[in-house]
Design a protein around this ligand. Structure first.
Ligand SMILES: Nc1ncnc2c1ncn2[C@@H]1O[C@H](COP(=O)(O)OP(=O)(O)OP(=O)(O)O)[C@@H](O)[C@H]1O
Ligand SMILES: [Mg+2]
Length: 297
């Protein structure tokens, strides 16, 4: 069964999409893993654009032809049966599968669930809302070694559904004071989902298959260093602070033009020439090895 990993932080620009994209490519290319990427970022669809550039126009005009995750939430809102079918795209050269972004996912909220005067029924509906992505993935997980889920920088009902569907979550972080708060709130969101499920289990007297989502750690990105492997002083202080909140991966990715060039060229940094690109490529390959150890299949 595929290991599902969410990339979460309520802080924008910390590297969620960049890291998720490169780990996906590295898993497929260097570890021979089959990978599905779910794009849960309804504002940018950054990873969708990286894999299938022509889908970005469709994303911008909001003329979505595929059956996406949003259609599944709509089924709940209109009190029809939740069916797990979604359209998966296979991206050209990499062979990585993609569940594309849908800007309408910004409208996902439990407030739209039809309510009744029965508390147990309402609890069941809230649980179904939490489990929408998991129900979709349940049908297809076996086809992949890894399912990676990119997310929008916000903690809301969609993020809770993403966390619910994941065996593990990681939290990319830029090592500055503003960004590191994103790690603490990501851990809190994971704990909230796990403890909500404890309540649901107690409230609904039925068998519920749910294993707590594990926090696999923070991933330091856009780091600055004095020399190879030595973080600058303030970044070392932030790294230590993050490590007091929870685990943090040893491998970090430095700030540099290689990844910027890769974003411009819409390709992975592994395919960009130049000294900095080679350095970042090596870091991302190492990071993927550590990722596999922390989030095993
Ligand atoms: N190590 C790095 N060196 C240089 N630029 C980087 C690095 N990592 C990411 N970037 C750039 O920083 C910007 C933000 O990165 P990214 O989009 O991955 O963050 P994000 O957390 O997904 O943002 P959002 O929350 O808005 O979706 C991008 O332009 C990306 O190309
Ligand atoms: Mg992003």
């Amino acid at each position: 069964m595929g290991t599902t990993v969410g990339f979460v932080s309520e802080k924008g620009g910390v590297g969620k999409t960049t890291i998720c994209y490169h780990i996906a490519v590295a898993l497929a290319r260097y570890h021979d893993k089959s990978v599905l990427v779910v794009d849960g970022d309804y504002q940018r669809g950054g990873i969708t654009g990286r894999f299938v550039p022509e889908l970005i126009e469709q994303f911008r005009t909001r003329r979505i032809e595929e059956t996406t995750l949003y259609d599944k939430f709509l089924q709940l809102y209109s009190a029809t049966d939740l069916t797990p079918d979604v359209d998966i795209r296979i991206t050209n050269e990499s062979g990585i599968a993609l569940l594309p972004a849908d800007p309408r996912l910004s409208q996902v909220t439990v407030d739209k669930i039809p309510t009744t005067n029965n508390i147990r029924e309402n609890t069941r509906s809230l649980w179904r809302h939490l489990s929408v992505l998991d129900v979709v993935l349940e049908q297809i997980r076996d086809e992949y070694d890894y399912v990676l889920v990119d997310s929008h920088p916000d903690i809301n009902d969609l993020l809770h559904a993403i966390i619910y569907s994941c065996g593990y979550c990681v939290s990319p972080v830029k090592l500055d004071l503003q960004s590191t708060v994103g790690v603490a709130s990501a851990i809190e969101a994971i704990n909230d989902v796990n403890s909500d499920m404890e309540m649901v289990r107690n409230a609904l007297d039925e068998e519920i298959v749910y294993a707590d989502t594990q926090y696999a750690g923070a991933i330091a990105t856009q780091a600055r260093e004095y020399g190879p492997g030595t973080l600058k002083r303030t970044e070392r202080t932030e790294y230590r602070r993050v490590s007091r909140t929870g685990p943090i991966l040893e491998t970090f990715v430095t700030e540099g033009d290689g990844l910027r060039q890769a974003a411009l060229d819409r390709c992975p940094v592994f395919d960009v020439r130049g000294q900095n690109a080679e350095k970042q490529s090596e870091q991302l390959r190492q990071l993927t090895e550590e990722f596999v150890r922390r989030c095993p299949t």
